[in-house]
Design a protein. Structure first.
Length: 589
């Protein structure tokens, strides 16, 4: 802290000092009684001049003192009220001096921290960082920076950045350390949020890559299924009822159709289109999800179903309901560990009054469908059960983490105006309850009877696919239905053939995933040549082609791979029977 200047002498003191000087000077030089009047006048004049000079100097001293006091006050304000905490720390680690900001940051009065060890306010886990920082200061004799957790008097903590410089005495011995402390809690929180967002972005990129991969796998796998299903259907049609092999073919058909559904479910997880809430029969979604789940759950874990609302409906997106169940069951399986156990999935209607609805966060009284997932695992620690829905909170090791986990489940449930609750007891397992609002409506029973006679025709059809085995199967199917069929495995060759005889064909069926020229591009070229030609697109992955794009191009219908006799026969006949000028798109079949 800057020192003060002594008060300037007053006029009386100056006068006495001046008189003494005059006497001394007179005694040393000449007798004043003998001095002439002229000489006396000169001496008086000189004394007056000196007096004025002294007064001017005195005024300058007063002004300098005021400026120094103002500077001292300004420095004191800047020092005490700076947004940074300043500390002087002795070579023994004791606080010698601190500004008001520093004392406030520590939550202690300034007078009470003087003489206290600075390490007293450092988080126990960061003590080693602090002492290493001190050694670096002494060894390098230069400024050092570190980040520490600081514990305030009330026990609360914050992140701080410490910038320190060492001060040495004339003998080169450490005299003190001057430290500047900045609260970086907000910055650290922002860094954490940034890291979380980056992790989410990486997860999104990963899911995008999985979606792309799923599309390619679905295309190839659907081609294989198409060969199996097509050949099997043709064999069933030729096989007499008395032949025992017909039952075997029927079992093959059932398994193939199950594989077809599995592919569609996988694609639904990887799709990029926005989720749409529609009336769905939730029991069907849950049952289908459990079929997929069984393949990934260890056989020593028993999966039990307790579904008591077969026909109840909710307004939801089936893929997101599927995702909720999969995430909850995956967590339940992980909680069970490597030991044998049970996973129970229940579904039941429930009516909540005001009191019972209060048990669920943000839920109003009404009718709901309750999904229950119960496991026999080790349970959830009471200390963390309130945090399990936080993003990226997990008890799993780094290698086992899968992303947002239960936070996704919570978000989906809330988006569907539902609620989720968890109960757990150590060593006795965990129960998750998910409530979806009941949707008023009745699901009409679909009667699926295999028609004995498929709709047939005699029109000329051009069928295009780059898979020779699928081309052969489709040709056999269409010919069996009575159609005149021409096939090509190249879209370029198909276009050349069409150019030669544009009126030869009544219908064109093309796969969308063709080399050299994609199916949608082929359709565009065909329609340019002959605007009234009907085109059907075959695809194994609906993401690669949208209904809006199809409408713009004039495409008449889609058929999802793998091709089945019924779907193919019905779609072909509908398109051919369509009235001229009606460009409606038939839905996926």
């Amino acid at each position: 802290m800057m020192g003060t200047i002594k008060d300037a002498p007053d006029d009386s003191k100056l006068k006495r000092r001046a008189e003494e000087k005059v006497k001394q000077a007179t005694s040393d030089s000449e007798d004043l009684s003998r001095v002439s009047a002229e000489r006396m006048a000169s001496l008086i004049h000189e004394l007056q001049v000196h007096q004025i000079e002294l007064e001017m100097q005195n005024e300058e001293l007063r002004r300098a003192q005021l400026e120094l006091e103002e500077a001292r006050d300004k420095y004191s304000d800047l020092y005490d009220f700076a947004p940074v905490g300043y500390f002087s720390i002795s070579d023994k680690g004791l606080i010698l001096e601190a500004n008001l900001t520093g004392a406030t940051m520590l939550g202690v009065e300034r007078a009470l921290i003087i003489g206290k060890p600075f390490s007293k306010f450092i988080n126990r886990d960061d003590q080693d960082i602090y002492y290493h920082h001190q050694r670096e200061l002494i060894e390098t004799k230069s400024k050092q920076t570190c980040e520490l957790g600081i514990v305030k008097k009330d026990g609360s903590q914050f992140h701080a950045q410490m910038e320190c410089i060492p001060v040495f005495d004339e003998n080169g011995k450490l005299d003190q350390i001057r430290a500047a402390m900045t609260d970086i809690t907000v910055r650290k929180r922002a860094e954490g949020e940034k890291a979380s967002l980056e992790a989410q972005l990486r997860q999104a990129h990963k899911m995008e890559a999985i979606g792309t991969l799923a599309g390619g796998v679905a295309h190839e796998f659907n081609n294989i299924l198409g060969v199996i299903i097509g050949n099997n259907e043709l064999a069933l049609m030729d096989m007499p009822d008395w032949n025992p092999a017909k039952n075997c073919l029927k079992e093959i058909q059932k398994a193939s159709l199950r594989a077809k559904d599995v592919v569609r479910n996988i694609l639904s997880f990887a799709r990029k289109t926005p989720a749409e809430r529609t009336p769905i029969q939730i029991s069907t979604v849950i049952k289908e999800s459990l079929k997929l789940l069984r393949a990934s759950v260890p056989t020593m874990i028993e999966i039990r179903q307790n579904i008591s609302c077969e026909r109840d409906m909710i307004l939801a997106d089936p893929t997101e309901v599927n995702q909720v169940l999969m995430n909850l069951c995956t967590n339940a399986v992980h909680a069970t560990g490597v030991k044998a156990g049970a996973l129970e999935v229940g579904l039941e209607p429930i009516a909540l009054d005001k009191d019972s609805a209060a048990k669920y966060d943000g839920l109003n009284p009404g009718d709901f469908v309750k999904l229950t997932v119960r496991d026999t695992g080790y349970g959830i620690d009471p200390e963390i059960i309130g945090r399990i829905f936080d993003p990226y909170f997990t008890t799993k090791s780094l290698a086992e983490r899968t992303g947002m986990g239960l936070a996704i489940v919570y978000g989906i449930v809330k988006k569907h105006d539902g609620a989720i609750r968890v109960e757990s007891e150590a060593g006795k397992g965990t129960v998750f309850e998910v409530l979806f609002p009941l949707h008023e409506g009745v699901v009409e029973q679909e009667v699926k009877e295999e028609p004995e006679v498929f709709p047939k025709g005699t029109e000329r059809i051009l069928f295009v696919d780059d898979e020779p085995s699928l081309v052969e199967i489709a040709e056999r199917m269409l010919r069996q239905l009575g159609y005149d069929v021409e096939t090509k495995t190249s879209s370029v060759e198909a276009l050349d053939l069409f150019k030669e005889e544009p009126d030869r064909f009544d219908l064109v069926i093309t796969d969308i995933g063709m080399p050299l020229m994609a199916g949608d591009r082929l359709a565009q070229e065909l329609i340019k040549i002959r605007p009234d030609v009907p085109v059907i697109i075959c695809t194994g992955y609906s993401e690669c082609f949208s209904e809006e794009k199809a409408k713009e191009m004039g495409i008449k219908a889609f058929i999802m791979k793998p091709l089945g006799m019924r779907d193919l026969a019905n779609t072909v006949r509908k398109v051919l029977d369509e009235k001229k000028g009606d460009f409606g798109i038939y839905p996926y079949v």
